[in-house]
Write a protein that binds this ligand. Sequence first.
Ligand code: SAH
Ligand code: SF4
Ligand code: F3S
Length: 471
Amino acid sequence: MNLDLPTSKHNESRQGEALVLDKPVLKNNGRKLYIESYGCAMNFSDSEIVASILADQGFETTADFKEADVIFINTCSIRENAEQRVRNRLKEFKVSKQRNPGMVVGVLGCMAERLKAKFLEEEKLVDVVVGPDAYRDLPNLIEQVDSGQKAVNVLLSREETYADISPVRLNSNGINAFVSIMRGCDNMCSFCVVPFTRGRERSRDAFSIVKECGDLFNAGYKEVTLLGQNVDSYKWTSEEGITLNFAGLLEFVALINPKLRVRFSTSHPKDITDEVLYTMKKYDNICKYIHLPVQSGNSRILELMNRTYDRTWYMNRIDAIRKILPGCAISTDVITGFCSETEEEHQETLSMMDYVQYDFAYMFMYSERPGTLAAKRYADDIPEDIKGRRLREIVDKQQAHSHLRLLEQIGEVQQVLIEKRSKKSALDYSGRSDKNATVVFPADDRFKPGDYVNVLIEKCTTATLIGKIVG
Ligand code: SAH
Ligand code: SF4
Ligand code: F3S
């Protein structure tokens, strides 16, 4: 359950995590890089690309911004409060910069793209502004700053996928990794800033994706999450003219090894096909978990949001998942208080939640974003207190459903991938089930993080399954 707070789940806004390289840097240049990321998994994945580009230039990463020579903040624009967080953080960097005027402060990612050079005027301490498609230019941009200038590159590209850059995995547990399969978004959901900050949709070379996943598996990783804003519209054509869609790519990755779990995010209700569902069914190592953002349960609001599906279409997709993949976990995103949403329309979102009984949801109050279709066309006219009350109703319902979904699993034996010692007790392991639920159980010396174990689910809290290893 989430109201914009950080959790370990992969498709949700995280904030302010510093990333540290665990490999030594060749040709150390004596300068230290601190990089902190906000927003979606895509941004975290991009920070790894940035670290990789700069590691080649001899930069070592540090977890302490106070000892850094270069501070990068990889930003998110999705909601007003995401941007506010970044601005507050920049204020904290100011003190360090005053102490060390040679320090380079850079803003990367979606806010950089949205505000462009304006950032330099608004935030005097910022030296460099770099959009998500311009990271290859970072070495030059840092050089420019070193020579006393400010530097900006916010060019968006129709081709850049960073396919050939092998990301250095930062802060990695060596078990789960994110792999970008596409960039940008061609949908124009009226509330959403992403098409403006990330540019046109493009799919990455399938061979480079499979190679990266294969290398990860050979390095001991056990789970990859394929990332894109709309993975179902993945489409890539080889030099020989062979075209691969998302179902094809998924199969290609699943075939690497049955012991490599495959997850993906995000699916769009208008594009998720039965072919994808049948591919999921065919391979045990493709996790039975789908994140299918509904946004609203009401067809008029969905139309204003330009989601290009309606209530009935969404329900049909849910029915298809239930039929083809019985027991598959489903999660969602909901926006409440979108422009002109009536009480009855809000009730339809609640009734959609009853229909699906989601395992998990990310729930947000509508936040108007400058430049989007909704900002231009519709008034943000639902008062904050009503948005807040509707959100509480949605959160309460989701809490009940999440709990119900966990209760249903008591008595089952599930395959769990051990990830770490539990935060609450070092005597316990914590891992995730196929359906993406966190499972906690007494540690057993015969097994270590990265191993699969069968766990009998004995009870649950509101957010965690609890059990013991069997068999
Ligand atoms: N590509 C994904 C979503 C990416 S953004 C998809 O299409 O589903 C993640 C979530 O943030 C969205 O699903 C939406 O629920 C939420 N979001 C996006 N813009 C928002 C806004 N302006 N106000 C509130 N929530 C928003
Ligand atoms: Fe935004 Fe819609 Fe694209 Fe998702 S599909 S990133 S919500 S425009
Ligand atoms: Fe945020 Fe950009 Fe991701 S706006 S959600 S970091 S694509």
